[in-house]
Every structure is written in structure tokens, then in C-alpha cells.
Ligand binder design. Sequence first.
Ligand SMILES: [Zn+2]
Length: 271
Amino acid sequence: MITCTAVEALEDNYIWMLDDGVRAVAVDPGDAAPVHAFLSRRRLRLSAILLTHHHADHVGGVAQLLQRRTGTIEPVAVYGPTGSGIPGVTRRVFDGTRIALAQPALSFRVVATPGHTLDHVVYVLEPQSGESALRMFCGDTLFSCGCGRVFEGTPHQMVEAIDRLNRLPESTLVHCAHEYTLRNIAFAQSVDPDNPILAAWSRRATELRRERVPTVPTTLKLEREVNPFLRIDNFEFADRVRRQFRLPDGDRVGVFSALRAARNTFRTRDE
Ligand SMILES: [Zn+2]
């Protein structure tokens, strides 16, 4: 049995921990302290680290997590994208790389998703026994009701990256690296005000956050209904965006860019 836990870190990051009750994998440990606390509370040993991209809030805890292990039996395997110069990475991954961990026994497939950064990758976990859904650990590429800022790539690359994730089955669980859901919903409602599924998700996510429960993972099925960045091929929605932002007749990348630019300057009350 594999347990998947969202460990809160830094301001609004989630470090995803996968464990079999003995050994654990950490995805994007931006800070070592909450990972150490989780491991000691659950009496787990860290066996591997998966990194999605080079930003400090995703890799900042790696050095300390490795240091603490000096003198112990086996080294922690650190998987990360090639070419990004992330210190501590021992296993470089590329688009299509298959990762088979022995303990915990987990198999991942790597999907390259350049856009937020050029090195960004997503780890897709094969279903575990008793489960049927894939799980994607998508870092800062996809969030609930949102997507990452396009820092290093082009909007075209980001759209392609999101398309690649969106080709996974609708049951795929979306494990993103930040709790941005309520802010993203506020933005989504400003461009998609009459969407009843989005309104329902807003009520549900508000309830969850009131109890300090993570709103993620969500599913691709839900995101396809509520996430503006996954809805650029919906005729009515795209048409509405074109009118709202006075786009002459923008193609799907144009619609995406208009949405992303508007999200960059959109502020909710707590931002
Ligand atoms: Zn980032």
C-alpha cells in the first residue's frame, strides 16, 4: 500500500511524499525541515527525491536532506531534469525516461513540459495495486484552475506542455506544487462567470481551505471543466475570452496568452 501525502512547506508549497510505510520518496522538497519532521513522525527513511525544475522553492531542501544521510547505508537517489544544473541530482531524466524504484516500489514516466522553465518535467506515476488512476506530479506546470507563469519558455511551448498533460486519462490525479486554488478560482470566475461547475468547485474549495485541508490533488476531469487554461479549445469559452480581451481573432495560443497575461496582473484581496 502506497500512501501519498501533501506536506506543507514554505509559504504555499506542497512537498508530495509517497511511502510504503518504510521508505519514502519526496517530490520537490523546497525545504528540508518539514520533510524531516514528516519522516521522523512516520518513522520512514527517505530513499529518493524527484525534482520537477530548478526553482529554489522546489529544490532548496535537497542539500540538507542529503547531508543528514551521511554515514548511513545507502545513498538517496536524486532524479532531476538534465541541463538545469540543479546541485545534488544523481540521475538525469529526459522526456520519456522510465523510473522504476525498488523501495517504495513505484514506476514513473517522465514528461518534458518546458514553459514555466525550460527544464520543467512532470512525473507520471503508474497506478498502484488497488488503484486505477495515474497520478501526475506536475510541479509548476499545472495547478487547480491555473497554470504556471511562463518564465523561460514561450506561450506556444507552455500550451504544448499543457496539451501533453491533458492527453492523459481524465481520471489522472493532478498533484501540483502549490496551494493556489482559491486565487486561481477567483481569476477563473472573472473570465468564466457563468460556469456552474466552477461555482461548485469554488464552494467546495473554500470549505476545504476553511478546514486547512489541501484542495489538491484534483482530477483532469474536473480541471477540464474549471481550468481556463485547459478550456482554450472550448468554442464558447474561447469566444468569450476573445471578446473580453478584444482579441481580433486569436488562435488558441493567442487565447492562452491573453489569459496568462490577465492572470499575471489579476489580484485577489489577499494578494
Ligand atoms: Zn517554479
